[in-house]
Design a protein around this ligand. Structure first.
Ligand code: ASP
Ligand code: MG
Length: 487
């Protein structure tokens, strides 16, 4: 069995859901369990409606709710055609009537917007989407069974960020999913669960990946596929430099480092249950299912010391501490270390120098207060608006030649500090934020000009003639295709 998770943008409309159906059909022999997010921006819409109602602004609350209702009805009609009316009467209208009652009680001040009520309201997004998707599958020739995620995902009662009760949940999943019948696809909403007492909970925003991971771990799935709107993990952040290649496989540890250093594709915490059981996770693009995506596995191909990706993080602050007596350094770093730990501040990179230490942290708001506590004999210099660029790859931190290669590639860039990151899988550089694109470009040229096709899906070139223009070379890249002038 496999788990296929489709995010909000993958189910944002009737045509998107039809695309999902064709993707699921192609995997039907692997007995997929389908986990879906709320359609498009529905969760944001529900948050807005709840907030308007809680402020007593019932006009805006109704308007928001009306928009959501029209949207779901319209897409259901497009998907279900002649069966739409019955479905809407049975599954959509009652839910919006319930939401109306909840919002009214809020707007009229009969109830407070407690975390519990907030979860109840937000849960409707996934309850609607999962039912619509299941109905659409059945109409499109996929035998599907809708399952209420609240009957399967058991959580504690930390409303809005509930913690799953793993073993109880795994037991429920194992008692249910394998017995649905070989040809039946289970469809359930992500993000939502329930307490033992039956109160609806949510796992926190973006929580559908966690649902997919729990379901995968529960049924010991062969694979968890996360279908989203990008081709996979790339060799550089597309927001900074577009020319990245797709990385075919990365290890759990590499994915974790990339996420920690700012990559947006996957949050490590949400896939922890799958990682614990060594289940491969793949990132796939719903709009381009022919692309293989990125496989995240325990042991990726590519030798130790291969740079897999350049990650980067903006809004960083670099702090240099200089001491007159080197002997006091250990006690200062130790003191700062525990101070940061207490304030939950992660130190992104640390560079020890003969007369001091430099480090980069994400949070500068609490910095003045923290540095106030540093001894007067220590000279402190703070640099704001810095970015951290990291080379990520298993073993890159322990391959000495890579640091000198990177530094010479960065020759024209004002590198403020550099060091092995907080693990053996990263090498990090702090640069002025304005130099970030240049730094990423230099490093990308150095490390990804000639790449191993086993590890990376490098740019494929196709020659096409654009009408009325010179012969153009079109580069088909991991992030989509762009046309560049002929050389
Ligand atoms: N629909 C929820 C959200 O937008 C959960 C998810 O999409 O993962 O946060
Ligand atoms: Mg979402």
């Amino acid at each position: 069995m496999i788990v296929m998770k489709f995010g909000g943008s993958s189910v944002e409309s009737a045509s998107a859901i039809e695309k999902v159906a064709s993707i699921v059909k192609a995997h039907q022999d692997r007995r997929p369990v389908v986990v879906v997010s709320a359609m498009g921006k529905t969760t944001d819409g529900l948050v807005a409606a709840a907030d308007h109602a809680a402020r007593g602004n019932s006009y805006l609350a109704w308007r928001q709710l009306g928009e959501l209702r029209n949207f779901h009805i319209q897409e259901a009609q497009r998907l279900l055609r002649s069966q739409a009316q019955v479905f809407i009467e049975q599954h959509i209208n009652p839910k919006f009537r319930e939401l109306h009652v909840l919002l009214t009680s809020l707007a009229e001040g009969d109830r407070q917007l407690t975390p519990e009520l907030r979860d109840e309201i937000l849960s409707y997004g996934e309850r609607l989407s999962s039912q619509i998707v299941a109905a659409a599958f059945n109409r499109l020739g996929i035998k599907a069974a809708h399952l209420d995620a609240r009957r399967l995902i058991l959580t504690d009662n930390q409303f809005t960020h509930a913690e799953p009760l793993y073993w109880e949940t795994y037991a429920k999943l194992r008692r249910t999913l394998p017995y649905l019948g070989e040809d039946t696809v289970a469809v359930m909403g992500g993000f939502i669960g329930a307490t033992e007492a039956g109160a609806t909970t949510t796992l926190g925003r973006g929580g559908s990946d966690l649902t997919a991971s729990i379901v995968g771990a529960g049924i010991c799935a062969d694979e968890i596929q996360i279908w989203t709107d990008v081709d996979g993990m790339l060799t550089c952040d597309p927001r900074v430099l577009e020319r990245g290649h797709r990385v075919r496989t990365i290890s759990y540890r590499e994915a974790e480092e990339m996420a920690r250093l700012g990559a947006k594709v996957l949050r490590p915490a949400t896939v922890a249950p799958a990682i614990r059981q060594r289940i491969p996770i793949s990132i796939r693009n719903t709009r381009r299912p022919e692309v293989e995506g990125t496989q995240i596995v325990a042991k990726a191909n590519g030798s130790n010391g291969t740079v897999k990706s350049i990650a980067c993080k903006k809004n960083m602050t670099v702090v240099h501490l200089d001491v007159r007596h080197v002997g006091v350094l250990p006690s200062i770093t130790e003191g700062l270390g525990s101070l940061f730990a207490r304030h939950n501040i992660t130190v992104e990179l640390v560079q020890a120098r003969p007369a001091g230490v430099s480090f980069a942290i994400a949070d500068s708001a609490v910095l003045p207060e923290l540095l106030h506590k540093v001894d007067h004999s220590v000279q402190v210099r703070v640099e704001e608006e810095r970015a951290v660029v990291g080379l990520v790859g298993e073993g890159v931190g322990s391959t000495p030649s890579l640091m000198s290669r990177a530094l010479s590639a960065l020759k024209g860039i004002n590198v403020r500090m550099h060091s092995q990151g907080s693990s053996l899988s990263t090498l990090c550089f702090a640069v002025p934020e304005t130099d970030l694109p240049g730094a990423v470009e230099c490093l990308h040229r150095e490390f990804f000009s000639a790449v191993d096709p086993e590890v990376f899906a490098a740019a494929r070139e196709i020659v096409e003639v654009a009408p009325g223009a010179d012969r153009q070379r079109s580069l088909v890249l991991a992030g989509g295709s762009r046309t560049v002038p002929a050389l």
